[in-house]
Design a protein around this ligand. Sequence first.
Ligand code: GAR
Length: 209
Amino acid sequence: KAKVAIFISGGGTNMAALLYASRLPGCPYEIVLVASNREDAGGLTLARAEGIATFAHPHRGMERAEHDKVMERAARDAGAEFIVLAGYMRILSEEFVTRWAGRIVNIHPSLLPKYKGLDTHARAIAAGDSHGGTTVHLVTPELDSGAILQQIEVAILPDDTAEALADRVKLAEHQLYPRALADYVSRGNDPAWLIEQVRQRIAALPEVE
Ligand code: GAR
């Protein structure tokens, strides 16, 4: 199974969804660590109760790249092959993201490329959008701009508040994230993906004189 470290900053409901999905038969990933930049993140208590190793280190007073290294060390020590961000409210340093390129995934509560950054639900409502939603994507140095893996649309209701919409989007996220992560870590079993890898290798070969 693919070994996954989850980074959280808050309540960790997506972490919980990923964790319980990992206990279903046939799930291709397992959670080896839940780590946070906040010692009081509610999700850490749940992870501990569920027997998952946890780690916390506050970022206050640290350079961004230094804090990233502390989190990365914990992930590596736990044997993580993938880092999965689930409400981790820190921008990651370019060095860190580059070291984990293709092995770091995020969930963002909008239909990317719309509404990168914060306050996604309030912005979707203010714009009069018929739908908000959520996106699982690869993490690249530019915020919320990596390759989109999977999305779900969520209807916006006439009297929706940002809080009510956020709660409904979370229901969608709890369905989406385990599936998208499972599909991504299993992509090596997908013939189309393998053929694409070979095609890219061939395209990268030097010209024969
Ligand atoms: C989720 O809705 C997630 O999409 C969002 O924070 C929430 C975390 O909830 N992430 C971001 O806004 C990232 N910029 P949770 O702690 O209950 O999983």
